[in-house]
Design a protein. Structure first.
Lengths: 287, 381
């Protein structure tokens, strides 16, 4: 008999994924019958052993999808790099300084975790909007700041804002975990700050960094709320596009094709996470 | 081993109980009071103002007019459980069992498409008074009972003379860059109306009539000029091509003075001015040649229901002048019956919006294509 956790994962995670992927390949019977009776422009097969990639063909022939896929990947990469850099700066500051500002900074970086994303998105949008805070301040000094509301830049700012807390928690704990004697020994041997970071702290905090980067990338890849509220109508991110395909255009099969594409990309980032975990287990002598 | 098996079984049982308990919140779980045969079960998948309309006006009125009859309202906010409800109706129809719902509102389009509604036209005499175009657009079995249309809202402080026709409006947009906004059609009906109206400028009337009542994908080629016109507006609309999401997205921009003119739903305009979310300096009027499209909301009697006669009685009731007047007063909805059957003040209130000339929107599937094509062809081009 299967263990209950395994059963739970099979029923609630694996099974729906299999059903959805089967639908994207043209299988409209069984559990897909209800959605298939409502959907439009479906590609179907007649027997269970057949497959059709016509829905994939539809999606990849649409230049809007390719454009938005590019935007999604770009936003994901920029967000991940920015989040990891910011989290590292905070972690190092906290490691090297025991001052109150350092503690306040690290606490502030975690605050977005407690603010609902919908509220945050609206706040970010109004902050950078045409009549928002940034432009108002610059205007007061006689300048003219660009309007960032409804741009891809605004999406990226919003994503960095929402993803920073988790990465900060991961990386701060990783950097804090480096034993003080190692750092002092390196300093005694005449190593500069940069050298200590590069040769002592970074290698020891590599695994948490990879984990933080992976989760940031996967979280950004599937984002909906931030790009929906703060982004432009075109180009947009795939989360928004999928919702449009599913509900507004009533093309669920094509929406699921996009979900499969996002899943494949996320699986690529996920492989990094698995590698990092394996490496951590290896370091701990468990493997 | 036995102990473990019992634990698993207990767990599975708890899960089942939990699932059953969850079902208690959805439609279909409401309690039935009174004589079951004399209870009409109404599924209402809509917003809270419509819930209020039914709960405090239509239902008490109906129960009072028909002693012994009760109405069991199954309210589903924003029709979140639409898919499940349609699936339930379809399953009941297949197995020829009673679905537990007699009248639907808010999911009528899908129910019509799936062929789940009874053709009750002959038993609803008031339906003859409904505009035939609106009635035909609703589909087989759907009876429109309230309507609203999209109007042009403008800030009287910055726009002394609003455009009166579509051509004047398009010219106004070009003359005043960044002062007009509409929402993407996929995100709300006021944007859809603007887009459909611009498209209609180039669609011959007979072709449009076919696209109102049925799905003919090949006729969508008539939209080409309209798409070019809409894409050509990109540099002149808000922020050189930004289309805020939702009917409220544009209202926010108008209220904060970032734009001067937007398309707006008639009922949202009236209730927005009452609540103060739309400033008093904003006025709204219909344009001409063509006018903005509007939409009727329908009720439908479920085909597999065994209490169709009671449901038909309720449909006839909501189409009576008194109830149509209540709809106009409560939610600023347009009456669907001829205006001359209603009191003078209602006639005056809706005269400017001319509900009699309500131009129906496109057939459901064309509407989905319109959303999709707009997304492909307009923003960023």
């Amino acid at each position: 008999m299967a263990a209950p956790p395994l059963l739970l994962v099979t029923v609630f995670v694996a099974f729906p994924i299999v059903v959805a992927v089967a639908y994207s390949l043209g299988h409209v019977g069984g559990l897909n019958a209800t959605i298939a009776s409502i959907a439009r422009e479906q590609h179907t097969v007649d027997a269970w052993w057949q497959q059709t990639f016509a829905a994939y063909g539809d999606v990849f022939a649409d230049e809007r999808f390719l454009r938005d896929l590019g935007t999604t990947v770009l936003v994901t990469l920029v967000t991940t790099v920015a989040v990891v850099l910011l989290a590292w700066v905070i972690a190092l500051y906290l490691r090297m300084s025991d001052s109150i500002p350092a503690k306040v900074l690290s606490a502030l970086a975690v605050v977005p975790m407690f603010i609902p994303v919908v509220i945050a998105s609206w706040a970010i949008l109004t902050f950078y909007a045409g009549d928002g805070f940034v432009r108002t301040i610059v205007q007061a000094f006689g300048g003219d700041a660009p309007t960032l509301g409804y741009t891809v830049v605004c999406i990226t700012i919003g994503m960095v804002w929402t993803q920073l807390p988790f990465a900060t928690l991961m990386i701060v704990s990783g950097v804090q975990g480096v034993p003080q004697p190692l750092i002092e020994a390196a300093a005694d041997a005449g190593a500069s700050f940069g050298r200590i970071v590069r040769s002592v702290i970074a290698p020891m905090a590599l695994v948490p960094t990879v984990i933080a980067a992976t989760f940031t990338a996967i979280g950004t890849l599937g984002a909906f709320t931030v790009p929906y509220f703060t982004g432009p109508n075109a180009p947009t991110m795939l989360g928004v596009e999928m919702a449009g395909y599913f509900t507004s255009f009533n093309l669920p099969q094509q929406a699921i094709v996009m979900a499969v594409v996002v899943f494949v990309i996320a699986a690529g980032f996920g492989a990094l996470y698995v590698w990092a975990n394996f490496r951590q287990a290896q370091d701990a002598g468990r493997v | 081993m036995t102990g473990r098996r019992i634990a698993v079984a207990a767990g599975a049982l708890a899960l089942l109980v939990g699932l059953t308990a969850c079902a208690g919140n959805g439609p279909g779980a409401a309690s039935s009071s009174g004589n079951p045969a004399q209870t009409v079960r109404v599924y209402l998948g809509d917003d809270t103002n419509i819930q209020e309309l039914w709960q405090s006006t239509l239902i008490p009125g109906f129960e009072k007019a028909n002693p012994g009859v009760t109405v069991d309202l199954q309210f589903d906010l924003h029709a979140t459980n639409k898919t499940q409800t349609i699936a339930k109706l379809a399953a009941a129809a297949q197995q020829q069992k009673d679905p537990g719902i007699d009248l639907v509102e808010g999911i009528t389009d899908d129910a019509v498409k799936a062929g789940l509604l009874a053709d009750v036209g002959a038993s609803v005499p008031a339906a003859a008074g409904i505009d035939p175009k609106v009635l035909a657009a609703a589909g087989l079995g759907a009876i429109p009972y309230r309507a609203s249309s999209v109007l042009l809202a403008y800030d009287t402080a910055t726009v002394p003379t609003p455009p009166k026709t579509l051509d004047e409006l398009l010219q106004w947009i070009k003359d005043h860059p960044g002062r007009f906004a509409y929402n993407p059609p996929k995100s709300g009906g006021s944007g859809t109306a603007f887009v459909a109206t611009v498209l209609d400028k180039f669609v011959p009337a007979d072709v449009r009539a076919q696209m109102t009542t049925g799905y003919h994908k090949e006729l969508e080629s008539n939209w080409a000029q309209g798409w070019a016109t809409l894409a050509g507006l990109n540099p002149y609309v808000f922020q050189k091509g930004v289309y805020p999401n939702g009917n409220n997205g544009t209202i926010d921009l108008l209220a904060s003075g970032q734009v001067s003119m937007i398309p707006v739903w008639s009922d949202q305009f009236v209730s927005g001015q009452e609540k103060g979310t739309i400033p008093k300096t904003v006025a709204a009027a219909q344009i001409e040649n063509p006018s903005f499209t509007g939409g009727a909301t329908s009720v439908g009697v479920v085909k597999s229901s065994d209490r169709q006669q009671l449901a038909i009685k309720l449909v006839n009731f909501v189409l009576e002048p008194a109830q149509q007047q209540a709809i106009a007063a409560k939610i600023a909805g347009y009456p669907v019956i001829p205006l001359d059957k209603l009191p003078a003040d209602i006639q005056a209130k809706f005269g400017a919006a001319r509900p009699g000339e309500l131009r129906p929107t496109y057939f459901t599937d064309h509407g989905k294509d319109l959303n999709n094509l707009w997304d492909q062809l307009v923003p960023g081009h």
